[in-house]
Design a protein around this ligand. Structure first.
Ligand SMILES: C[C@H](O)[C@H](O)[C@H]1CNC2=NC(N)=NC(=O)C2=N1
Length: 152
């Protein structure tokens, strides 16, 4: 009887381990930073709806959805330690953008205020590319360049 109980416990543990591995796989499939941007020249590319954007924004922490003149964009701000570290910041982001073939709008104002805005110019709105790029920027180790949290 004990052997049966033990083997059942073992089976359940084994099953839960596979369940967690499968769950992790599905989570990784959703992980935007593991995806690749697609060329914006594809004819089928259309801007996503505001609802779709609101469903994705939680996957890119610290980024905000802004609507400028009817155009949705992703926006995030940082305070950098020095003006030159701001340029280092831009270089790190530019390397990711070039690798993805998808590019952000970079702003560095009043020497230490960095703002990045991302949208898909080819369609005049947001596509998954923008969220992928934002997620990859979130994955960069930029702590040595930034100071305290940007004031809103
Ligand atoms: C062919 C290539 O995909 C396009 O020129 C890319 C370059 N980078 C881009 N970046 C962004 N943000 N939007 C675009 O439409 C865009 N187009």
């Amino acid at each position: 009887m004990v052997v049966v109980m033990l083997s059942r416990c073992y089976f359940l543990a084994w099953q839960s381990r596979w369940f967690h591995r499968l769950k992790l796989c599905f989570e990784l499939m959703d992980d935007l930073s593991a995806k690749k941007c697609v060329p914006c020249s594809t004819k089928e590319m259309r801007p996503m709806t505001e609802q779709a954007a609101h469903e994705l924004i939680s996957q890119v922490p610290e980024w905000e959805l802004v609507n400028e003149g009817g155009r949705l964009r992703l926006s995030r701000s940082w305070k950098v330690k020095t003006f030159l570290k701001g340029l280092e910041f831009f270089q790190a982001v530019a390397n990711v953008a070039e690798a993805e073939g998808h590019h952000p709008d970079l702003h560095l104002v009043e020497w230490n205020n960095v703002k990045i805005e991302i949208w898909t110019h080819a369609v005049g709105g947001l596509t998954e590319n923008d969220f992928i790029l934002a997620a990859k920027i979130n994955g960069l180790n930029l702590h040595h360049l930034v100071g305290r949290k940007a004031s809103k």
